[in-house]
Write a protein that binds this ligand. Structure first.
Ligand SMILES: Cc1ncc(COP(=O)(O)O)c(C=O)c1O
Length: 433
C-alpha cells in the first residue's frame, strides 16, 4: 500500500509527505493507464449515419418518404423524458430561445437565471428579447432555489438550471412562483436522465430544454431539444425552430414535405440536421447503461473521499432519486493551505493525467456575457447593467473558488480509476497539512 492510500484509510499524515507531480514528484497514476474516451459511438451510430448519407434526405426540409430520424428522435426522447412532445433543435441555446419565445412574454420582461451556469442560459434570454437577472444559488446544490430567487425584480419566468450533477428543486420553485404568474422553465442541458422522485429532468416544469453538444452525456456533436406536455407550446416551439412551419398533419403532403406553413408566430431556422438526429437515435440507446457505470463509480468515489478531511462531493437534495453526472465537483473546504482551487485542479491533473478544472466564474463577472458589445441588444444591455449594480453572489463565489470539476467520462471506467482519484486528492490535501 502506498503512503497516500494510508492517508485515505487513517486520515493521518505519514512522515514525509509525497512530492506532488506538479512539483516534480512521481504521479499517482502511471501515464500509460488510459482514461475512458469521449464520446463513445453506439453500435448503431455508423449504420444510422450511413443510412442518412444514402437517403437523399439530410434535413427535415428534404422532400421524400419514410420516417425521418428527426421525427424518430423526437418520439424516442419524448418517451425517455416522459412527456407528450419533444421538438429537436440544432443547439441547447436554441432550445432555450425557442422555449422562452413560446411563452409569449413582452420585450424587456425579466427572467431570473442562476449565476452559476454556462453563458448560454443568460445569453438565450437576451436573444429572446428579455432581461436576465442573475441570482445566487443554493450553497449545497449550486442550483437556484426558492431562497435565492429575487421575486422583487418582477420576473415573468425563472430559468432553473440543473447544475453539474445536482437538480434544482423544480416543485418548490413552481410553488413559490405560480401565485405570481411566473413560469418555470428547466435548463436541463446538463441533466439528461436525472430524476426527481422518479420523474425525469425536463418533465417537471412547463418546458424543459436540453443540449446535445459534444461534451454532454447524450450527444450528436451539436443538438438540442425542447420538451413539454403542453400541446400549444409544443406547436409554437415547432414553428419557432422551423421558420414558422410545423410538422404537417397531411398524409398527402406535396412531395412528402415534412413541414407546412402554419405561421402563427415568426420563427427562425434552428432545425436539427438528419445526421445529428441519426446519431442521437443511436446514442440514446446507451445513455442509461452509461449512467449506471458513472453512478456506481461516483458512489465508490464518494465513499473513498469520506476519509479525507475537508473534502466532499456536491450535496444533492434527497428528492433527487438519480443523478446524471455532467461534471462532478469535488469540494475542498477548506482549500489545501496556500493553494487556490485552480492550483488544486492543476495538481490533480498532473497526478492523474485527466483534466480537472475550476468551475467557470459566476456569470456576473464572465467575459462571455457582455450584451453591450452587440448593438442589437442596446436597450436590453442597459437594463442588464442597471439590474446588476451592487448585486453579490456569496454562495456561487464560494463554490466557484472551492470546487474542482472533472468531466463525466472520467466516471465511465473502473473502480481502480476512483481509487486513483481518491489517492491523488489525499496526496494534494496531505501535502499541505
Ligand atoms: C446549462 C447549459 N445551458 C445551455 C447550454 C447551451 O447548449 P449548447 O452549447 O448546445 O448551445 C449549455 C451548454 O453547455 C449548458 O451547460
Amino acid at each position: 500500500m502506498t503512503s497516500s492510500k494510508r492517508h485515505i484509510s487513517t486520515g493521518r499524515r505519514p512522515p514525509g509527505a509525497d512530492t506532488l507531480a506538479v512539483e516534480g514528484g512521481v504521479p499517482v497514476r502511471p501515464p500509460g493507464r488510459a482514461w475512458p474516451a469521449w464520446p463513445v459511438p453506439a453500435d448503431d451510430a455508423g449504420r444510422h449515419l450511413d443510412a442518412v448519407l444514402r437517403s437523399g434526405r439530410w434535413a427535415i426540409t428534404s422532400p421524400g418518404s419514410g420516417e425521418l430520424f428527426e421525427r424518430r428522435f423526437s418520439r424516442m426522447f419524448a418517451e425517455y423524458v416522459g412527456v407528450r412532445h419533444c421538438v429537436p433543435v440544432d443547439h441547447g441555446s436554441s432550445a432555450l430561445v425557442v422555449a422562452l419565445e413560446a411563452l409569449g412574454l413582452e420585450y424587456g420582461d425579466v427572467v431570473l437565471v442562476p449565476v452559476l451556469t454556462w453563458v448560454a442560459s443568460a445569453s438565450a434570454v437576451l436573444r429572446a428579447g428579455l432581461v436576465p437577472v442573475l441570482v445566487d444559488v443554493d450553497p449545497d446544490t449550486g442550483c437556484v432555489s426558492p431562497q435565492t430567487l429575487d421575486l422583487a425584480a418582477g420576473p415573468r419566468a425563472v430559468l432553473a438550471v440543473h447544475w453539474s450533477c445536482a437538480m434544482a428543486d423544480i416543485p418548490a420553485l413552481r410553488e413559490v412562483t405560480a401565485p405570481r404568474g411566473v413560469t418555470v422553465v428547466e435548463d436541463a442541458a446538463q441533466a439528461h436522465g436525472a430524476q426527481w422522485l422518479g420523474r425525469q429532468a425536463g418533465s417537471l416544469a412547463r418546458l424543459g430544454c436540453f443540449s446535445m453538444q459534444h461534451s454532454k452525456v447524450l450527444t450528436g456533436g451539436e443538438g438540442g431539444a425542447v420538451v413539454t406536455d403542453d400541446d400549444t407550446l409544443a406547436s409554437l416551439a415547432q414553428e419557432l425552430r422551423a421558420d414558422s412551419r410545423r410538422y404537417t398533419t397531411r398524409a398527402d403532403a406535396p412531395q412528402g414535405l415534412e413541414l407546412e406553413e402554419s405561421a402563427t408566430m415568426m420563427g427562425a431556422n434552428l432545425c436539427l440536421s438528419e445526421f445529428g438526429a441519426a446519431l442521437l437515435c443511436a446514442q440514446l440507446a446507451r445513455l442509461d447503461e452509461q449512467h449506471e457505470i458513472r453512478n456506481r463509480n461516483y458512489a465508490a468515489l464518494s465513499g473513498l473521499l469520506d476519509a479525507i478531511p475537508g473534502v466532499r462531493l456536491l450535496r444533492h437534495r434527497p428528492e433527487q432519486t438519480r443523478i446524471s453526472i455532467y461534471e462532478a465537483p469535488i469540494i475542498f473546504d477548506p482549500l489545501p493551505a496556500g493553494m487556490t482551487n485552480e492550483q488544486v485542479a492543476d495538481a490533480l491533473t498532473a497526478e492523474l493525467h485527466v483534466r480537472f478544472y475550476p468551475p467557470r466564474e459566476p456569470l456576473n463577472r464572465s467575459r462571455l456575457l457582455q450584451p453591450w458589445t452587440k448593438p442589437t441588444l442596446g436597450p436590453l444591455a442597459e437594463r442588464f447593467r442597471a439590474e446588476h449594480r451592487g448585486r453579490v453572489y456569496p454562495h456561487a463565489e464560494h463554490l466557484a473558488s472551492h470546487a474542482v470539476l472533472t468531466h463525466h467520462s472520467t466516471f465511465l471506467g473502473t473502480r481502480q480509476d476512483m481509487a486513483d482519484i481518491a489517492e491523488a486528492v489525499a496526496k494534494v490535501v496531505f501535502s499541505r497539512l
